[in-house]
Design a protein around this ligand. Structure first.
Ligand code: SAM
Length: 278
């Protein structure tokens, strides 16, 4: 295939910073990402942020089917060129955050997400799949290095946060490879990493995912406060009640929420859920 940079230049395409358009062109790296994602001939892929279609094309060679979303309709002619002959790939133009995920899942069946997104949409997109998806088997996302550290952080570290705990409920996040900024056109100001999150149903058993999310939000609401104080504020509980609930969940009352493991959050969520508090 013609060099992607030539196709872009030939089509008169202008990169849009507001959409975080930093494209990959290196064929070896693209193939490596497809391998990282574990995409095979039985895999249906939902790609978010097709860009100029280099990753879409690499995915289409390995996958059963690729449905790619792209917000920027001015990429239509470029994508028509890049994806010529890729019969199992199609592009839907629109903002993925506004897409009807339930209807998409109905159409796709079981699928895997692969996305190289701008930093400001990565977390909302990942959260969407963690909270709403029913048929997603996992996510492979290119993120800024520091976001990769947040996704894979251990309890009690500065990077550990609400997103880490939300991911841990569904699967384990692993950094597959680091991708230096020099691999992108145009070159961004930060380095990136490919992160895989394979969904494991029932990984951390919890009665109510909603209660788990409420507990996590509460724990990180005031990061420097004790969990007891955060519980009192969030759920409007007297101190003695908050202490008793923590004790019932086997959690010391003076801890800060950021030191709790996802399994601790799940136990506390079960206690609050059973009492009708969360
Ligand atoms: N996948 C391509 C690659 O790897 O070279 C492009 C990656 S580029 C970092 C991100 C792409 O996501 C851009 O083409 C941008 O227009 C698109 N994008 C940004 N926000 C989006 C959204 N909310 N929904 C769909 N696509 C979006």
């Amino acid at each position: 295939m013609e060099d992607l940079r030539d196709i872009l230049a030939g089509s008169g395409f202008a990169f849009k910073k507001k959409f975080g358009q930093n494209f990959l062109t290196d064929a070896n790296l693209l193939d490596a990402i497809v391998r990282d994602a574990g995409v095979g001939e039985d895999t249906t892929v939902l790609e978010i942020g097709a860009g100029a279609g280099a990753l879409t094309r690499a995915l289409s060679k390995a996958a059963k089917r690729v449905l790619a979303y792209e917000i920027d309709a001015s990429l239509k002619p470029v994508l028509a060129h890049t994806l010529a002959g890729c019969e199992n790939a199609e592009v839907a133009f629109g903002d993925f955050l506004r897409a009807d995920l339930a209807a998409l899942e109905e159409e796709l069946g079981s699928y895997r997400v692969v996305a190289n997104l701008p930093y400001y949409v990565t977390t909302p997109v990942v959260m969407r799949f963690l909270e709403e998806a029913k048929r997603c088997t996992g996510l492979t996302v290119m993120v800024q290095q520091e976001v990769a550290l947040r996704f894979t952080a251990q309890p009690g570290t500065a990077d550990y946060g609400a997103v880490t705990a939300a991911i841990a409920l569904k699967g384990e996040a692993r950094i597959m490879r680091r991708v230096p900024r020099t691999m992108f056109t145009p070159r961004p100001n930060v380095d990136s990493a490919v992160v895989c999150i394979d969904f494991v149903p029932g990984r951390i058993p919890v009665q109510s995912e909603g209660a788990y999310r409420a507990v996590v939000r509460c724990a990180f609401a005031g990061r420097r406060k004790t969990l007891e104080n955060n519980l009192m504020n969030t759920f409007r509980l007297p101190r003695e009640r908050a202490k008793a609930l923590l004790s019932e969940a086997g959690i010391a009352d003076m801890v800060r929420g950021e030191t709790l493991s996802p399994a601790d959050f799940a136990r506390l969520a079960d206690v609050l859920h059973a009492r009708g508090i969360a």
